[in-house]
Design a protein around this ligand. Sequence first.
Ligand code: DGL
Length: 251
Amino acid sequence: MQEKNIGIFDSGIGGVTVLREIIKILPNENYIYYSDSKNNPYGDKKAEEIIDRCEEISKFLVEKNCKAIVIACNTASAVASKRLREKYKDILIFAIEPAYKMVYDYAYNKNTLVMATKGTIKSEKFNLLFHKYNNHKTKLLECVGLADIIEEGNAKKIKKYLQENIGQYKDNVENIVLGCTHYPLIKKEIIQVIGNNVNFFDGANRLAIHLKDVLEENELISKKAEKGKVKFIDSSRSEEKEKRFFEFLNK
Ligand code: DGL
């Protein structure tokens, strides 16, 4: 029987930060990564538009023989995961969320900055999480346009953006929640602007552990002994994206 895949998608290559964590835990699976760069950013789009894109991508991944789908995008997870689970009842769907509960668990009494897209911060799903675990020392920052310039890979623009938008938190924030899967790619640049005394939180590792547990429960773990393959598909067919994706993946 043909080996099944795990499908994973984001609005671009940011979800590589999630796939990296998953591969550490599930190295023998085959993955199909779908980067929807033709339609990014998702963060500023209307909910219905994001849901349409996610439905289309999920349909594609189901047709590509996937046994599970990972939404490696906080915005799409916040807005579309419920609808996808309703629509694709026969497939396991995993969603990521900003690691705000981790702050509650490990660093509750510290000043916290949550960086995420407008779509995530405005979503009902994130607001439920935020109000449940609110440490009353948290600033929510809608990072409009940041995922876009990370996607573009423009170092100068990233530096300028961070100076203008998070420079004011230098030395007065101790926790940073990276609530968009693109942001772990610029940790170094964030530290350069904000200083070294910060702890970063993101949801990728927890999602990877959960994925493994659920695949095991459902007896869906790959039985093969050798390392799996990663296939990359980009909706704008960008070779440049593919190159950067694999650079980040293999870092
Ligand atoms: N990487 C996505 C996230 O985690 C969003 C980027 C975008 O706005 O497209 O939210």
